[in-house]
Design a binder for this molecule. Structure first.
Ligand code: ZN
Length: 152
């Protein structure tokens, strides 16, 4: 246990990867998917938000401490459109909450992970985000996200 704890704690003792922030699910029709997840979880989405730069519409559900993000492509160039074309609907990414996204990007780049964007970008739900190539993470696209007001 100690080694695991140490490896996820930086010199200042701050935990670097804090928790799973949400799981992202690619869907073809977000209105329809909202109904399915509302039925499943027993709650309505607490937020719907378009992220123009990514070509996606998103909705967020909260269940306990956990969140589910549904993503629908708004244009055929969007990563979600390409994902669905290749793999169909399903789990698209796992997002981990971090306190300092830039420090984590440096740490993981040093560990040999391929970070898909040079700088953190503005994602949905008031977050700065970056992605790690699934070839480094056993086929799962990993998102790091930092709450925007946390450090600014
Ligand atoms: Zn996400």
């Amino acid at each position: 246990m100690d080694t695991i704890t140490n490896s996820t704690t930086c010199k200042t003792g701050l935990k670097m990867i804090e928790k799973i922030e949400h799981i992202g699910i690619a869907v073809k029709n977000i209105e329809e998917a909202n109904k399915v997840y509302q039925k499943l979880l027993g709650v309505a989405p607490y937020k719907m938000e378009a992220v123009e730069s990514e070509g996606v519409s998103t909705s967020f559900f909260q269940t306990g401490e956990s969140k589910i993000e549904l993503l629908e492509a708004t244009n055929s160039e969007s990563a979600i459109a390409k994902f669905i074309e290749k793999k169909g609907e399903g789990v698209h990414h796992i997002a981990f909450a971090v306190k300092d996204i830039k420090a984590e990007m440096r740490r993981l780049a040093n560990e040999g992970f391929t970070i898909l964007n040079k700088e953190p970008k503005k994602g949905a739900d008031n977050k700065l985000v970056c992605f790690i190539h699934p070839k480094n993470t056993k086929g799962v696209l990993v998102e790091l996200c930092q709450e925007i007001d946390a450090n600014d």
